[in-house]
Write a protein that binds this ligand. Structure first.
Ligand code: PEP
Length: 252
């Protein structure tokens, strides 16, 4: 059965001393709560992965990266391979975040290759999909999501599909304070699950955790996570405050 997951995406924030404080305070806070029914994941920038991975060894959380190279290894200056992430103890990796699609030209085909690299190393991909405001207002948002999913992840076998996590992150909700309503989010989550069911079968669809991301915070998380097809959240801004982040993780 699918897991509840709350993953914090620190993006390109915090210097090393603040990152050190933040991850240690997340670890301390987590000791005060029962989070047996949720996987908490912390996704810092690359230079802090070892730090987070070390702290997570004694903590009740997992380490995640924010990106991975689509290439295996070798002469790709500036890239970080899935093998390298694995050697640092990384368990999860975000792929296809809208900021990577927008600022770094990442395509669905790139994302498909990255997912393959991660699965080869037994790292769980958190694949992001989501529509722009224009696409939502034009009423074409479900078609946008369908294409992202079909091109980015439907090349996988049924077994591999069940090893992945999908995050629905409407671009208009990311970092804007305009959260999707629980009904808007549920509609898209149910749609994504129905696509998985059509392509594979209902058993596979029921195994895949689908997270919501986009201005999710300690106030709105409970309502969102109570929806049938919302299995947790990918949290940006609110993951930089340990109390808020843990409150979100305890919102099931
Ligand atoms: C994100 O960038 O993945 C995200 C969800 O950001 P925020 O929570 O700040 O909207």
């Amino acid at each position: 059965m699918r897991r509840n997951i709350v993953a914090g995406n620190w993006k390109m924030n915090e210097l090393f001393p603040q990152a050190d404080d933040l991850v240690n305070s997340i670890a301390e806070e987590l000791h005060n709560y029962d989070t047996a029914d949720v996987d908490v994941v912390v996704c810092p920038p690359f230079p802090y992965l070892e730090l987070v991975s070390d702290v997570s060894e004694d903590g009740d959380f997992f380490t995640g990266a924010q990106n991975v190279s689509k290439f295996e290894n070798g002469a790709y200056t500036g890239e970080v391979s899935a093998t390298m992430l694995k050697s640092l103890g990384v368990d999860y990796c975000i792929v296809g975040h809208s900021e990577r699609r927008k600022y770094f030209g990442e395509t669905n085909q790139d994302i498909a290759q990255k997912i393959d690299r991660l699965l080869n190393e037994d790292i769980t991909p958190i694949m992001c999909v989501g529509e722009s405001l224009e696409e939502r207002e034009s009423g074409k948002y479900l078609e946008v999501i369908r294409t992202q999913i079909q091109e980015g992840i439907f090349h996988l076998s049924a077994d591999d599909m069940q090893r992945c996590v999908i995050a629905y992150e409407p671009v208009w909700a990311i970092g804007t304070g305009h959260t999707a309503s629980k009904e808007q989010a549920q509609e898209v989550h149910a749609f994504i699950r129905s696509l998985i069911c059509e392509k594979y079968n209902d058993d596979v669809a029921q195994e895949v955790s689908i997270l919501y991301g986009g201005s999710c915070n300690a106030k709105n998380a409970k309502d969102l996570f109570a929806m049938e097809d919302i299995d947790g959240g990918l949290i940006g801004g609110a993951s930089l405050k340990s109390k808020d982040f843990i409150e979100i993780a305890c919102s099931f």
